[in-house]
Write a protein that binds this ligand. Structure first.
Ligand SMILES: Cc1ncc(COP(=O)(O)O)c(C=O)c1O
Length: 376
């Protein structure tokens, strides 16, 4: 049994706030912050003399991230955010054909393709979901790439990646996943799901903060003429510093062209260790449990709620349909309750560090704001 109260201690932010906004930006976990802090302490006291140790630590995080998503070490590159990763993917796939994606994708999933002139087609949602049947109906022969978020940011719909991966394999589609609204809390197995490329940022459910993202590239796309930029660390033997020997690595880390963003990479490592200690399945179940409780309580207030019935399509996000969401969000903020206005109302996202009491506090305050003519 997980001691969720103990887990909550990883997030000192919970002492001040009822924090229900990891879908916007999560607090970092203590485990992540400690790893970043250790780097700064070392550099503060010892300058750059830890370079070799930091490189080793970077490789350790790479292995940890690879294991976390079922990938090979050489298939993992560190980026700074989702957009960075998706731009790389779009570049690699520039001449492969048109893209099919979901109507309410976050712009980081669409802009990199639009920017390079790739044609995008959209699947329309069915009851805020993207059933594979709907995707199938929209598929045309010119489409060669399918891009989807694992979890949609403004409805909380969670895609069945395994089923969609099988569909992509059967239809010869390159499968690209934006896992930003899921990575950390919902396990992903890139091989089982036949994912070709996966991108995410550490800022949201991964609890690793700003400046760190991940890129997974399935081995078959790791040909070294594929990557758009190169620097001294893109080659197999960077220490040689031979400025003519452009022998690019056949690994996703080829994208880490210069000195690494160590503290951010280490923070991700700390966060992954935390998830492994708690147990990824435990984390996922806890998030679903809180999401269900939120739905029940919001419906109890008479509100319409956007979320999915089935657990496999449920996520950490739900939307409460209300009038003037921005105003309500601002009023809640005054009471140290953090949510955001998104989609068709107010987006509430509860993570594994939240608890039942957070939900009670939110519901009590919402009740006052919405129904008591309360202005305080
Ligand atoms: C699905 C999704 N992708 C990406 C992002 C953020 O993009 P980036 O990491 O490039 O800042 C968000 C932010 O809300 C998101 O919801």
């Amino acid at each position: 049994m997980v001691d969720w109260q103990k887990v909550r201690e990883e997030f000192p932010v919970c002492k001040k706030y009822v924090y229900l906004n990891p879908a916007g930006g999560s607090p970092v976990s203590q485990s992540a912050a400690d790893e970043g802090k250790q780097f700064y302490d070392e550099m503060l006291e010892y300058g750059d003399t830890f370079w070799e140790t930091w490189l080793e630590r970077t490789e350790k995080v790479r292995i940890d991230l690879a294991r976390f998503i079922g990938a090979g070490r050489e298939e993992i590159g560190f980026t700074t955010n989702t957009s960075h990763g998706m731009n790389l993917v779009a570049h690699i796939l520039k001449n492969q054909g048109n893209v099919l994606t979901m109507r309410d994708e976050f712009p980081s999933s669409t802009f990199p393709w639009l920017n390079q002139g790739t044609k995008i087609k959209f699947v329309e949602p069915v009851k805020y979901a993207y059933p594979i049947e709907a995707i199938k109906k929209t598929l045309t022969p010119d489409v060669k790439i399918l891009v989807t978020s694992y979890v949609q940011y403004c409805t909380g719909f969670r895609q069945d990646l395994e089923a969609l991966g099988n569909f992509c394999r059967d239809n010869n589609l390159i499968f690209v996943v934006n896992a930003t609204q899921a990575l950390g809390i919902f396990p992903v197995d890139v091989k089982k799901c036949h994912i070709d490329f996966l991108v995410f940022t550490g800022l949201k459910w991964a609890t690793a903060g700003y400046g760190i993202g991940g890129l997974y590239v399935v081995k078959k796309w790791l040909t070294n003429d594929n990557f758009p930029f190169a620097g001294w660390r893109s080659v197999q033997l960077p220490e040689k510093m031979d400025n003519l020997a452009l022998e690019l690595k056949n690994e996703a880390s080829v994208i880490e062209s210069g000195c690494p963003h160590f503290p951010n990479i280490f923070a991700l490592g700390g966060a992954l260790n935390m998830f492994n200690r708690i147990g990824p399945e435990n984390v996922a179940n806890r998030v679903i449990q809180l999401n269900r409780l939120l739905e029940k309580k919001l419906r109890g207030l008479g509100l319409k709620v956007i979320c999915q019935d089935e657990n496999k399509h449920r996520s950490g996000i739900l939307i409460a349909k209300i009038e003037n969401p921005k105003k309500v969000v601002a009023k809640l903020f005054e009471k140290n309750i953090i949510v955001s206005a998104r989609g068709e109302g107010m987006r509430i996202s509860a993570s594994f560090f939240n608890n039942e009491n957070d939900i009670e506090v939110l519901i009590a305050e919402l009740d006052k704001i919405l129904y008591s003519g309360y202005s305080g």
